[in-house]
Ligand binder design. Structure first.
Ligand code: ADP
Ligand code: ASP
Ligand code: MG
Length: 409
């Protein structure tokens, strides 16, 4: 008998018919002799609808109330799926984050899980019930509801799997598994059978939203085997597992992220400590900065231009702070460009293959695409380009690195 965690994303619980599919699948798994914990997302579009309402009231709504609102989508799904299982003759019990006791810190809208109490879930499944958990939510030390960031139900699922020592965590979604790039924008994308935690972590960080970044971090830390698969077919999906025994290809996948905006502070005083001050102030407000470039201002003098990218969702909150900082350090008006995309290539084999970066730049140049910023790590290279080139760049890189062909290893 295995203990199985099954997570269903928004499209898998989009309406009552789909909830019935999900419930049948869970009951089948249970009949085969397993204990089952389900994690459900909000019905597709619901979280966006709720956040949209909040933003009609204010561009910067109170974050505690925002979480209280956003978490309700998952509550609806959990109760409806539990009722559907009852209707099909099974036993089920729904749980909200605080009822399980998923404890988090108080960083509203991007809280981190600190502890999960698994006993209630284990008790429910031992008694023959399917435990249906509302994903995406937790409770902070004060008792306020928190959410785990967009796509956070993946993290609920993997963290619960780790806490109750489940044998596998199955992530059911609207694609067959993890692909060499987003199959919705590149028709020649191929499903990957097995991918390492490290490569998956980079792909997720760089925009492949098929798994939330934190869920991969947790899977890697606790060694949870994750199976990403479709809720609409029985096909085997992608196993996300440890690195051992991998034939490391130079480039395993291409990702893109339209979620960042470029900010440029021009003519900042070029003195020790200024950049530390600017980014220190942003960090204090929980605004995370991704790429940073500092270059001498045109016309020379004792000034420098500081360009960086922040999440578009953080920008309304960060703007006032950025402008105050800019004024303090003598910069001319701040320039914003939201029409950018970060395209990235990821692969363990980059560690040992030379010339991968040069090849990437060559492919983009061949399409006439100008690179505005570059960042690299051991197993990834990212470029900021104009957003209008997203599809062209992803397809050209996918083909240029031979990802459309089955690897011969
Ligand atoms: P869910 O609602 O089930 O959590 P998501 O929309 O969060 O589903 O994630 C699935 C989506 O991730 C796919 O529909 C696809 O467009 C996108 N995606 C981006 N990159 C990849 C990739 N490399 N492989 C598979 N899907 C990807
Ligand atoms: N409903 C949340 C979102 O849309 C969490 C999730 O689906 O994983 O981001
Ligand atoms: Mg998701």
């Amino acid at each position: 008998m295995a203990l199985v965690v099954q997570k269903f994303g928004g499209t898998s619980v989009a309406n009552l018919d789909r909830m019935r599919n999900v419930s049948e699948l869970a009951l089948r798994t249970q009949r085969e002799g397993n204990q089952v914990v389900l994690i459900v997302s909000a019905m597709s579009g619901e979280t966006n609808r709720l956040l949209g309402l909040a933003h009609q009231i204010s561009a910067t709504p109170d974050m505690r109330e925002l979480d209280s609102l956003a978490s309700t989508g998952e509550q609806v799904s959990a109760a409806l799926v539990a009722m559907t299982i009852h209707q099909l003759g099974g036993k089920a019990k729904s749980f909200l984050g605080h009822q399980v006791r998923i404890s988090t810190d108080a960083a509203y809208t991007k809280a981190r899980i600190q502890n999960i109490e698994g006993s209630k879930l284990l008790q429910a499944v031992a008694g023959g019930s399917i435990a249906v958990v509302a994903g995406f939510q937790g409770i902070d030390p004060d008792g306020s509801i928190t959410t785990l960031g967009r796509g956070g139900s993946d993290t609920t699922a993997v963290a619960i799997a780790a806490a109750i020592k489940a044998d596998v965590c199955e992530i059911y979604t609207d694609v067959d598994g993890v692909y060499t790039t987003d199959p919705n924008i590149c028709p020649s994308a191929r499903k990957i059978d097995r991918i390492s935690y490290e490569e998956m972590l980079e792909l997720a960080s760089l925009g492949a939203k098929v798994l939330q970044i934190r869920s991969v971090e947790v899977a890697m830390k606790y060694g949870v085997p994750v199976h990403v698969r479709s809720s609409f077919s029985d096909r085997t999906g992608t196993m996300v597992v440890g690195e051992e025994g991998f034939e490391s290809v130079a480039v395993a996948g291409v990702a893109y992220d339209k979620g960042e905006a470029k900010v440029q502070l021009v003519r900042v005083n070029d003195k020790p400590g200024v950049v530390a001050k600017i980014f220190g102030m942003l960090a204090e407000q929980n605004v995370s900065v991704d790429m940073i470039i500092q270059s001498p201002s045109r016309g020379g003098g004792q000034t420098t231009d500081v360009t960086f990218t922040v999440a578009k969702t953080d920008l309304p909150r960060a703007k006032e702070l950025i402008e105050r900082t800019a004024a303090e350090y003598g910069s001319e008006p701040v320039e914003y460009d939201p029409d950018i995309v970060k395209v990235s290539i990821v692969g363990l084999g980059m560690r040992s293959h030379a010339g991968v970066a040069a090849k990437m730049f060559g492919i983009l140049a061949g399409e006439g695409i100008n690179i505005q910023a570059i960042s690299t790590s051991e197993i990834k290279i990212s470029c900021i380009i104009a957003a209008k080139y997203t599809e062209l760049a992803v397809r050209a890189l996918h083909e240029g690195f031979g990802l459309d062909k089955i690897p011969v290893v």
